[in-house]
Ligand binder design. Structure first.
Ligand code: FES
Length: 321
């Protein structure tokens, strides 16, 4: 699935913390950008051909700009390094319109916002929105150290600064994040939102689930495959409806890789189940959805899946290829 692209200019680049830079994107012709909600992200087409997804972290009331912040990840697959090394002020980029798979719950009486590291980007946007809407929330922002903490000044100057607590791993005398306490103190009916590194998110979500927090009050966004993805999937087969060819998908291979090994190319971008580029119609069989792109209703329909990461519950999937 290809999303329509918007042409933007990098109006400002700013170092926000060690290895974290923010980028302010404006439309080329100063036409207002599509509106977005807190928790939204955009696809960014990078100069080296990669496409990566980044959360918007400016005030969602703004339509004159989008702001993203990117952590340089030396161990990553090249997206964040390309952003840091190749994207400068004045550059033109193509992006998608915002999409939101991490929206605030309208019915919540209180919101508990938990950010780990660069996961602060959608969480800060949520805080901006909740503060301006006069809604009740607390935010905890956990980082490895003060020098790796982005947006400190912006938060300190915000009207909601008192609702934000900072926690740094390297600060034994300072505040440490106590998830049990944060959950225990949350008023009844609180909705929890968490974004950050996988370990941080698992820790938060496992603790909340152990305390019987219902799933519909837990909101999270993995920029990557879902938490419940097995380390290694089972073996299954896919059949190509146009040719009738049946292809084995071994445990160590994605469907996209298995197809490519048999000369069938599926267009991909993020390869993490986030962008929707590889969306493929399923004619028969039951997919095991491991993406973070489809909605719950779309997953339940079982008539499409993301073969860059998702697998099969049934022994065979028949694909509309
Ligand atoms: Fe992005 Fe599959 S390539 S969801």
């Amino acid at each position: 699935m290809n999303h329509p692209v918007l042409n933007v200019v990098v109006a400002r680049r700013r170092d926000e913390a060690l290895d974290i830079a923010s980028f302010e994107l404006r439309s080329e012709d100063d036409v207002p950008l599509p509106a977005f909600d807190a928790g939204s992200h955009i696809d960014v087409h990078l100069p080296n051909g990669l496409v990566r997804q980044y959360s918007l972290c400016n005030d969602p009331h703004e339509t004159h700009r989008y702001t993203i912040a990117v952590l340089r990840d030396e161990a990553g697959r090249g997206g964040s390094k390309a952003v840091h090394d190749l994207v400068c002020e004045g550059d033109r980029l193509q992006i998608s319109a915002p999409r939101n798979h991490f929206a605030l719950a309208r019915e919540a009486g209180h919101h508990l916002l938990l950010a780990g590291g660069i996961g602060v980007t959608p969480i800060l946007c949520m805080a901006e929105h909740l503060a301006s809407a006069g809604e009740s929330f607390d935010m905890h922002y956990c980082t490895r150290s003060k020098e790796r903490t982005a947006f400190v000044e912006r938060i300190a100057q915000a009207g909601f600064a008192k609702s934000v607590q900072f926690h740094h791993d390297d600060n034994p005398g300072g505040s440490t994040f106590d998830i049990e306490q944060a959950l225990n103190r949350a008023p009844a009916g609180t909705h929890l939102y968490v974004c950050g590194p996988r370990g941080f998110m698992d820790f938060v979500l496992d603790t909340a689930r152990a305390k019987q927090w219902p799933e519909d009050r837990l909101h999270y966004e993995f920029f990557g495959v879902l938490a419940n993805q097995p380390a290694m999937g089972g073996r299954f087969q896919v059949r190509i409806v146009s040719s009738g060819a049946t292809i084995d998908v071994p445990p160590e291979c994605t469907v996209v890789q298995a197809l490519a090994a048999n000369g069938i190319e599926v267009l991909t971008s993020c390869e993490q189940g986030v962008c929707g580029t590889c969306l493929t119609r399923v004619i028969a069989g039951e997919p095991e959805h491991l993406d973070s792109y489809l909605t719950d209703e779309e997953r339940a329909a079982n008539d499409q899946f993301l073969p860059c990461c998702s697998r099969a519950k049934s022994p065979l999937l028949v694909l509309d290829l």
